[in-house]
Design a protein around this ligand. Structure first.
Ligand code: NAI
Ligand code: 15L
Length: 267
């Protein structure tokens, strides 16, 4: 089985970081776990480095000695622009600059379905569809995708931008029956991105093998990702909940409730 030397995992204190710090253990000799927030102590073959992604010099040091990066860190919901600017926009720039300066050849970037959140539910889109971000958060992920493309074209750093749908223990509403990705499938997708012989610059949607699909991953077939799980076992439980009013924008657009977030400034 293939194994990396040292893997950097940002956002390690977060929901997905806690999952991947365990599930990716077999995939690297050493995992460097990083977050702004305090983290659980390092286990075997792990090291913990607290770091603010907005601090360029600190991120530069963080990246030294890593063979690959799984970049999950940042603000993960819609927030005022200034917060997004620091953690997500400056943060992703610092990660790629660090990668360039220290010779890291591959990055898996946690992008989001909110890059395309203003496409209509039911419309099927693929990796080449227009960006239709549904807020500052989605805009920051669109920036990260373009930034990673630039670093591939200019410096040859390979990236996967994983437009994660909804990765939680289970789907919580009707929309998530379509957008859900199990933790097992997310782990496998990240692994495919880390070890694909040729990654180049790949956009891939992070979803399980759900019954209904808005996203077509055929342009990421070279990853060899085959989801094992489906939201179907949760359907009865979710459909027992009251449905949204069809006039509600959250029921009309792929980004769900994110399309109605903000504005944060009222004047
Ligand atoms: P989370 O909010 O639980 O974790 C994000 C982590 O980033 C937190 O631990 C936070 O402390 C850290 N962080 C925030 N600002 C930081 C900064 N300035 N410096 C260093 N660390 C900072 O989010 P979650 O759910 O674990 O998501 C992980 C990544 O995946 C995020 O980038 C998110 O945008 C993305 N994503 C997640 C989805 C999901 O369904 N869970 C869906 C789509 C994208
Ligand atoms: C995201 O990008 C968020 O990080 C996550 O918290 C979920 O809200 C998810 O999208 C979603 O769209 O369900």
């Amino acid at each position: 089985m293939k194994k990396l030397g040292r893997l950097l995992l940002t956002g390690a204190a977060g929901g997905l970081g806690k999952v991947l710090r365990e599930s990716l253990k077999p995939d690297a000799e050493m995992i460097r776990l990083s977050d702004l927030a305090p983290m659980e102590p390092a286990g075997q073959a792990q090291e913990v480095v607290q770091c603010d992604l907005a601090d360029k010099a600190a991120v530069d040091r963080l990246v030294v000695g890593c063979d690959a990066i799984v970049h999950l860190g940042g603000v993960s919901v819609e927030r005022p622009f200034e917060e997004i600017l620091e953690a997500n926009i400056k943060g992703v720039f610092h990660i790629y600059e660090g990668a360039r300066r220290h010779g890291v050849k591959r990055v898996v970037f946690a992008s989001s379905n909110h890059v395309i959140g203003f496409h209509k539910q039911g419309e099927v889109i693929d990796a080449d569809c227009a960006h239709r971000p549904d807020g500052y958060y989605g805009l920051s992920k669109a920036y990260g995708e373009d930034l990673s493309r630039f670093y591939f074209d200019r410096y040859g750093i390979e990236s996967a931008c994983v437009r994660i749908g909804s990765s939680f223990p289970e789907p919580k509403d009707r929309r998530m029956l379509v957008t859900w990705q199990s933790y097992r499938d997310l782990t496998e997708l990240v692994r495919c991105c880390l070890f694909a012989p040729r990654l180049g610059h790949t956009i891939v949607y992070g979803m399980s093998a759900n019954r209904d699909k808005w996203w077509d991953n055929s342009k990421a077939a070279h990853l060899g990702f085959e989801p094992q799980d489906s939201s179907e076992p949760f359907r009865a439980k979710v459909e027992a909940l009251p449905p949204l009013d069809p006039a509600d924008l959250a029921a009309q657009y792929q980004g769900g409730g994110f399309v109605k977030s903000g504005p944060f400034e009222t004047l």
